[in-house]
Design a protein around this ligand. Structure first.
Ligand SMILES: Cc1ncc(COP(=O)(O)O)c(C=O)c1O
Length: 341
């Protein structure tokens, strides 16, 4: 085990011993292999550099309460990366190659898997890039698949806390039939001019649909969840949109919410509907759930408040999913690959 102060790690890159790579040439993927070399010998005209042929993923392995290792829903990441590849006209990475690369990256970096109880996890960043040299506009024929592991610290080193979001109508994250459903670098690069000013003010950015600026799309790099409670029921609301990333965390939380007897609704959500919600949050692999205390809409001079403390429904969902990831609760859906080690 590496001599790392696990609980002090942030969501930052820590250099692993090995990364894993596999190249695609002449219509075929090679077997993934581990290497200590973290640099690419890449042609300056590679299509990833010239035309943004780049897609990525993010998933985690957890050391459980029973000492076993759990990799959470990696097949869903493999499927999503295949869709992103098709979206950018790249060769999809077959699930088998994706899985082998994740397992190899884990095996070769076992010393970087944080111990149970620290809140830290081993994060994997799969990456797919176009490597064909090309100056004429068009896609490449050669690709490189890379898995970069890195231990990351707990998202909430202290207590589970809330974030404030700000609405921005001057920057759209993705067009209705653009690349919003794909996890491609271009979506993030183009949103920095909205997210960075928000971060500088200690907030994060809430994106609206690009066509009408009326409906909630996404929370920065996470999906949106709202909770509406009445005497009759608890409703878990999340946006339907052709421009947002299908979050694996959101999908898992929706399943857990249904099991708890909540009504789960995915539909267009008007920004003003925030006023009817008792709880709101962003959700994704990094944080699981990041509760929202306020959404500020500076142009309309409106503030939607959800209270300074995370609400009970989202806190309960957060704990339920983490309990499965850490082996503290039964994994009824077979979400975790369990490795005895
Ligand atoms: C834009 C965006 N939306 C949503 C998510 C959450 O997806 P997941 O739960 O699969 O991590 C992410 C993070 O991966 C993201 O970058």
């Amino acid at each position: 085990m590496k001599n790392i102060d696990w609980s002090k790690l942030g969501f930052h890159y820590t250099e692993p011993d090995y990364i894993v790579r596999a190249a695609y040439h002449e219509g075929k993927w090679e077997e993934p292999y581990a290497t200590k070399d973290k640099f690419l010998h890449l042609h300056v005209s590679a299509t990833c550099l010239q035309y943004g042929q780049e897609a990525f993923e993010g998933l985690k392995a957890f050391r459980g309460v029973d000492g076993k290792i759990r990799i959470f829903r990696w097949r869903e990441n493999a499927k999503r990366m295949a869709k992103s590849a098709e979206g950018l006209y790249m060769a999809p990475v077959p699930e088998e190659i994706f899985g082998k690369a994740i397992y190899l990256a884990l095996e070769k970096n076992m010393d970087f898997l944080p111990p149970y109880g620290t809140g830290a996890t081993l994060y994997f960043r799969p990456l797919l890039i176009g490597t064909t040299p090309r100056l004429g506009v068009g896609p490449g024929r050669d690709f490189e698949f890379i898995v970069i592991p890195s231990p990351i610290g707990p998202y909430y080193p202290g207590k589970f806390h809330c974030t404030t979001f700000v609405v921005n109508r001057h920057v759209d994250r993705a067009a209705p039939f653009g690349t919003g459903t794909f996890k491609v670098g271009g979506n993030y690069a183009s949103s920095f001019r909205a997210t960075e000013p928000a971060h500088a003010q200690g907030m994060d950015c809430l994106f609206l649909d690009a066509r009408y600026h009326k409906y909630i799309d996404e929370c920065s790099a996470a999906n949106f969840i709202g909770i509406k409670e009445s005497k009759a029921e608890i409703e878990y609301l999340t946006p339907r949109s052709s421009a947002i990333l299908p979050s694996i965390t959101n999908d898992s939380l929706m399943t857990l919410a249904r099991e708890k007897g909540y009504k789960v609704t995915r539909r267009h959500i008007r920004l003003e509907e925030l006023a009817e919600m008792q709880e709101a949050a962003a959700c994704g692999t990094a944080c699981v759930i990041s509760p929202i205390d306020k959404v500020i809409d500076p142009e309309k001079n409106k503030i939607y408040s959800f209270g300074a403390e995370p609400g009970p429904v989202l806190t309960d969902l957060y704990r339920s999913l983490k309990d499965i990831q850490y082996g503290r609760a039964e994994d009824r859906h077979g979400w975790c690959d369990v490795i005895e080690n």
